[in-house]
Design a protein around this ligand. Structure first.
Ligand SMILES: Cc1cc2nc3c(=O)[nH]c(=O)nc-3n(C[C@H](O)[C@H](O)[C@H](O)COP(=O)(O)OP(=O)(O)OC[C@H]3O[C@@H](n4cnc5c(N)ncnc54)[C@H](O)[C@@H]3O)c2cc1C
Ligand SMILES: NC(=O)C[C@H](N)C(=O)O
Length: 531
């Protein structure tokens, strides 16, 4: 595919065009008209309803003690909600910090993995890596907890027309901007469909009026000419953006041939930003994702949370629970009326208990996905200065998979790029390497996209291999929703309840952990009130 320059100069007019404002409201209504959506038709649309119940309160006071295994989001949310209703909660967390997979790395963070390798972060002041969760959709209950707990949020840029696409296996030797790639794919697809429509290929499916409306829509959607051909245009962007006086700018030029555009396979990334869970606007807590568990822990009360406390046995005594845990050199037993276990299922399955073999079998059913991230700290924000990329994601077919540019600290001195965020086999390829080799591999690949500065301007790095992380051993799990095992774990095993994102339909999202916790808290409270 033709190489396109990626760092043209920007002007205000170019910006307005880029954000779709240059045509004003008239252009918007013209597009609505093309779609058959006259402003009056919109009035007939179903009334909007908020998607999820937001705030949560248990009614009535509960007088019981509860031991909560795991201080991730599900464990902390359980302690928080039960605590609000009067319960006496204690959280046992094996790591030396709360948050679980919600883990933010800053300067000074240290971690020893399952292989005994220790990293110590040298990130500078204000630089951080959200090694686990990074983004929140607006409908997620996670945002309600941010509001309730006073955790400020800011926009997380999940899609950016100025970010890049690089498909090495398709023969690309340089990246293309999303903007140009979208213009070309939308343009050619529209051209084909418009011409097929015009030639009668869709006559069986479309009335004459439908054909007119569809053609009008495709003209605008694909930026087609009067003969329904796609020939590029300003939508692709400029090599030099328009300037003062007589400077009309230098457009990127004609698009590659239709066949080359499809062969480049850039279109495979466009559906991502349409996902109900990945669509813009998305959000992140200001200062790092771990502001959420920090705020939860503060609200629960630090005296109720034991860190460095590894649970080693769970026994339902009939009249209560006895949980054995190791803290430092000591082994202790904590007794309570009830227990809520929020450890990852594959780890809970290994802990001795008397809850029955069907419970162990059900816990063992979950498949575990690997994922990894590397944070690359640079001495200057070259992606903003040189490449004009302010946040967002570059997509690749390399095993680094995704590069994330930061949605915080714009125009600051230093900054951090997520140099890979990969899952599955690609993640395991990296997790099998020591940190220095992960870094070297990530840099060798990133150089193909951003050039030698990607290597030469690096200051420090941190890599997180979730499958090699103690007390987690995976990024997320795959529930078998219809299996009797999954159904079994939705019920308490005697006095022991289970919670976590793995017991929700939003696995790999904190939302799942929160709603699972709410569900268990509700069931437990009901039982206590009616006992
Ligand atoms: C790479 C990655 C990206 C993600 N991206 C997003 C995102 O963008 N947005 C989003 O909302 N979510 C995201 N998630 C998912 C999110 O992190 C999880 O859904 C959520 O944090 C799960 O919380 P949890 O409490 O259910 O589980 P966990 O966080 O797994 O908590 C379990 C806790 O149990 C502890 N534990 C384990 N063994 C023991 C033991 N023996 N004794 C005591 N304690 C023990 C663990 O240390 C841990 O703290 C991502 C996750 C990963 C890994
Ligand atoms: N792909 C996923 O959904 C995992 C995680 N929730 C993320 O947004 O990165």
């Amino acid at each position: 595919m033709t190489q396109q320059p990626i760092s043209p100069a920007v002007s205000r007019r170019g910006f307005l065009r880029a954000v779709g404002l240059s045509g004003g409201a008239g252009a918007m209504f013209a597009t609505m008209g093309a779609l058959g959506l006259a402003p009056t038709a919109a009035a007939a649309a179903p009334a909007y309803r908020a998607p999820t119940p937001a705030d949560f309160h248990l009614t009535g006071r509960g007088r019981a003690s509860v031991v909560i295994l795991g201080g991730g989001i599900a464990g902390l949310a359980t302690a928080y909600e039960l605590g609000k209703a009067g319960y006496d909660c204690t959280v046992l967390e094996a790591r030396d910090i709360v948050g679980g997979r919600n883990f933010t790395v800053r300067g000074g963070t240290t971690q020893t993995d399952l292989d005994g390798n220790t990293q110590k972060s040298r990130f500078g002041e204000g630089v951080y890596l959200n090694a686990g969760p990074g983004r929140l959709a607006q409908w997620m209950v996670t945002l309600d907890y941010c509001r309730e707990l006073g955790v400020p949020i800011e926009v997380f840029t999940n899609a950016n027309a100025d970010a890049l696409i690089f498909n090495e296996s398709a023969g690309m030797t340089a990246p293309v901007r999303y903007r140009a790639a979208k213009a070309d794919v939308f343009g050619y697809v529209s051209e084909l469909l418009a011409k097929a429509t015009n030639q009668g290929a869709l006559d069986a499916a479309l009335t004459a009026a439908d054909k007119d409306r569809l053609t009008t829509f495709l003209r605008s959607f694909g930026s087609l000419g009067s003969t329904l051909g796609y020939t590029g245009g300003s939508r692709r962007g400029f090599a030099s953006y328009p300037g003062a006086g007589t400077d009309e700018g230098t457009p990127l030029g004609a698009p590659p041939a239709l066949s080359d555009v499809f062969a480049s396979n850039v279109g495979r990334y466009f559906s991502f930003e349409l996902g109900y869970d990945q669509a813009m606007l998305m959000f992140q807590p200001v200062g790092g994702m771990d502001q959420i568990p920090k705020a939860l822990a503060k609200a629960v009360g630090h005296h109720r949370i034991k860190v460095g406390a590894e649970v080693t046995d769970v026994t339902d005594t009939g009249s209560g629970v006895a949980v054995t845990y190791r803290q430092g050199k000591a082994t202790r037993v904590l007794r309570a009326d009830y227990c809520v276990a929020t450890l990852p299922p594959h780890l809970m399955a290994r802990i001795p208990h008397n809850l029955g073999t069907p419970v162990t079998a059900a816990l063992s059913e979950f498949g575990v996905t690997a994922a990894g991230k590397i944070g690359l700290e640079y001495q200057r924000r070259w992606w903003e200065e040189d490449d004009r990329i302010y946040g967002g994601i570059t997509e690749t077919d390399l095993d680094l998979q995704h590069i994330w540019y930061p949605s915080y600290g714009f125009h600051g001195r230093r900054g951090l790029v997520v140099g890979y965020y990969n899952t599955g086999a690609a993640a395991r390829t990296y997790s099998a390497l020591p940190h220095a080799e992960r870094e070297a591999r990530a840099l060798a690949q990133g150089v193909k996209i951003h050039g030698e500065k990607y290597r030469s301007e690096l200051v420090s790095s941190w890599s997180q291999a979730w499958d090699r992380t103690r007390y987690l051993e995976g990024a997320w799990t795959s529930p078998r929703y219809t299996s009797p095992g999954y159904q079994l774990l939705l019920q308490p095993a005697g006095r022991v309840y289970f919670a976590g994102d793995w017991l929700s339909h939003e696995v790999a999202w904190q939302h799942g952990a929160f709603v699972s916790a709410r569900s268990v808290v509700t069931a437990l409270h009901q039982r206590v009130l009616t006992a």
